[in-house]
Structure formats: C-alpha cells, structure tokens
Design a protein around this ligand. Structure first.
Ligand SMILES: [Zn+2]
Length: 383
C-alpha cells in the first residue's frame, strides 16, 4: 500500500524561509502586486484573440486544404499557449486578486479541451507537492509501460527505444486529455494520494463543459464548413497533435532532464528534505533569458520559480529568478537550467535514452514492480 509522503526537512534547511522573505521584500519594496500587470494583460488579449481569430478563420474563411491544415496546427499551438499563459496562472489563483477574474480565465481551460477542476487536483495539489515522486506525481505517469521517467519504474525491452518514440506519443497527449484523461482521473478513487470526493455539481460541469468543447470543435465545423467527415478528421487530428506535442515537450522539459532527481521516499514514507529543497532538486528551467520562449511558455520555462511561488503570476518570474538563483547558491543548492529550449530538448532526449536503453542494457529483463524494500537506501538518486 502506498504511504502518504511527508517532507521531514531532516537537515533543518532555512532555504525557503530565506528566499520567500527576499521575494516578499522585492514586491513590497517596489510596491508591485504579485498578480497580473499590463504586460500580462497584453499577453492575455494577444493569445485569446489569436485563438479566436484562427478558429473563426478555419470555420468561415473558406481557405484551401493546405492553408486550412496550417491554421489547424496553429490553432492547436495557440490552444497550448492559452493554457500556459492564461489558464495555468488563473487556476493557481496567481492571475488576479479578484476570484471572479481567476474563475473566468480558468473556465477558458474547458474551451481548449481540459477540465480546470481535474487539473486543479492533478496539478496544483498532487504534482506541485509530490514532484517527480513515482507513484505519487501523476505527471510522470505518462504512458505506463511505454515511457519510463523514473528509476523506480520497471524497465522492459520496448523502453530501450523510448528516446525515439516518446516524442510521437507526446503528440497524443491532447487527444487523450480531451477524450480520456479527465474522465479517468475524475472517476478514479484517488488521484495520487488525494482522495476523490467531488461535489455533485462537478459531475454535471464535467460533462456539460466537455459537451461545449465537442460542439465547438467537432459538431460546429461539420455543420458550418463545406467538408466531409474524413477531411474534418484530418484537420481535427492535426490540431490535436500540434497541441499535444507542444504540451508534452514543455511539460517534460521542466522535470525530466539531466540533473533533476526522482526521489524515493524512505521506508517510513518520508522524503528527508524540506519541500522547497525537493522542488529545487526535481525542477529545471529552460530559455529563462529568452524573451520569445518566456512569451510563449508563460512561465512553464521557469518552473523553479513557479514551483516555489505558484501563487505569483509568471510575468514576474524573470525578476524573482535572480533572487532565487542567488539564494540557491548561498544554500549550496543547484539551480538546474538550460540556456535554450533546444539544449533542454537534447537533455530530455539523453535522459529518456539513459532511463530506457542504457538501463535495459545494464540490467535487462527487469520487469517487476520495485517495492520500498528493494529500492535504493538513499532518499535521492541523482541522475
Ligand atoms: Zn503549476
């Protein structure tokens, strides 16, 4: 049986207290709100109007097949960007001090295919607390048996090719999310260690909001556009694959790259580090100084700052990044970062290869669950 994981802070680290005090001081000394500022509002308008315009161009533009397919790919990418830049902050309640603004922008998550209610549990509660702990963090449970992200998972022959096919599987992430994942997570008894006890209204909302999405992206194009079912299907799949690939890559580059750890709880079920130290050891940034990467990824390229301060709007991460990096250095904690998206992508590829091919070559035919007693004794296995 899985035990509830606790962070015991055996080393009495004061890293989090220190970095929080300094970040709080940055906001109060400069008289800045932790929420959205004009630059953030601009991004919001840009991505939401972009998404709406592309959708309407596909539906009403009457373009030829090649242009329409390009627009479908762009629509998928904008769907991901709206998720990264607007909804992610809103669901964390980081966007605004006004709950109504957060609620409204969270609702838009439904219109890009995902349930904000289920995401709040999977992401805000489970992933943000139990980052990279196998069996607890469902974000590393991507395609069980096919993709191996953690030393705690079994290895099999097919995974020795995972560095090739993982990227192909990421393309299915959104398709799965739209038709399967939200229902599966909603109806399973536990999400990680979080016991599902959903208010009755959420059952209605789940189906109603999914219905609205299916109407907008399946029924309406079939009614309005002069296309047959297989032409629709190609466009729909292009959109889903584009959105899934962007999502899959951006999510994985934050936690599954060289340098990040996949900690094992000890036999008492505890992680002996402080929670914030654990976040530093399991999370990585990429392209933090690249304005375009930051504009498109909406803070998901600065996940170190995001995991430490999820209630601060991502528009402030470049500014507080310097404080976090300096404080981490003082506490002798590694600040794991790749200079660009490309470098992080290569690092992710190498990590997949090491966890698949190289592990399989070193110990072939390990194809059994690893129990607490057979796991390595140390709490952290550094990659
Ligand atoms: Zn988050």
């Amino acid at each position: 049986m899985r035990k509830k994981v606790k962070f015991t802070n055996a080393g009495n680290s004061t890293f989090y207290v220190t970095v929080r005090k300094r970040v709080d001081a940055y906001f109060s000394d400069n008289n800045i709100s932790v929420h959205a500022n004009p630059a953030m509002w601009f991004k919001t308008v840009f991505f939401l109007s972009g998404l709406t315009s592309i959708y309407l161009m596909i539906l009403l533009g009457g373009f030829n097949a090649a242009v329409t397919l390009m627009l479908c790919a762009l629509l998928g990418m904008f769907g991901a960007f709206v998720g990264f830049n607007v909804c992610h902050d809103a669901i964390h309640k980081a966007y605004s001090a006004d709950a109504r603004v957060n609620d409204f922008l969270s609702f838009i998550f439904n219109l890009i295919g995902a349930s904000p209610y289920v995401w709040n549990i999977c992401h805000n509660i489970v992933h943000h607390t139990y980052t990279n702990i196998a069996g607890h963090d469902e974000d590393i449970d991507v395609a069980p048996g096919l993709i191996r992200f953690s030393e705690a998972e079994t290895v099999n022959k097919i995974q020795s090719y995972q560095h090739y096919y993982a990227f192909f599987l990421y393309s299915f992430a959104m398709l799965s999310w739209v038709f399967r994942k939200d229902y599966k997570k909603f109806f399973q008894k536990k999400i990680g260690e979080h016991v599902a006890n959903h208010p009755r209204i959420e059952y209605y909302k789940l189906f109603l909001y999914k219905g609205i999405y299916y109407f907008l992206f399946i029924a309406l194009p079939l009614i309005v556009m002069n296309i047959n079912w297989w032409q629709f299907l190609i466009g729909f799949l292009v959109m889903q694959f584009a959105q899934g690939l962007v999502l899959g890559l951006v999510f994985q580059l934050a936690h599954v790259v060289e340098g990040t750890s996949f900690p094992f709880p000890n036999e008492a079920g505890n992680i002996e580090e402080a929670w914030a130290v654990h976040q530093m050891q399991t999370t990585a940034n990429f392209g933090g100084d690249c304005k375009l990467t930051s504009f498109l990824c909406g803070g998901l390229n600065r996940q170190i700052e995001h995991h430490l301060f999820p209630k601060i709007c991502h528009i402030h991460y470049p500014a507080i990044g310097a404080i976090v990096k300096q404080t981490a250095a003082e506490f002798d904690l590694e600040y794991i970062e790749s200079p660009t998206f490309g470098v992080a992508l290569i690092s992710h590829y190498k990590t997949l290869k090491r966890l698949g091919k190289e592990t399989y070559q070193a110990t072939p035919y390990i194809n059994r669950p690893i129990s607490y007693t057979t796991r390595p004794a140390m709490a952290y296995v550094k990659k």
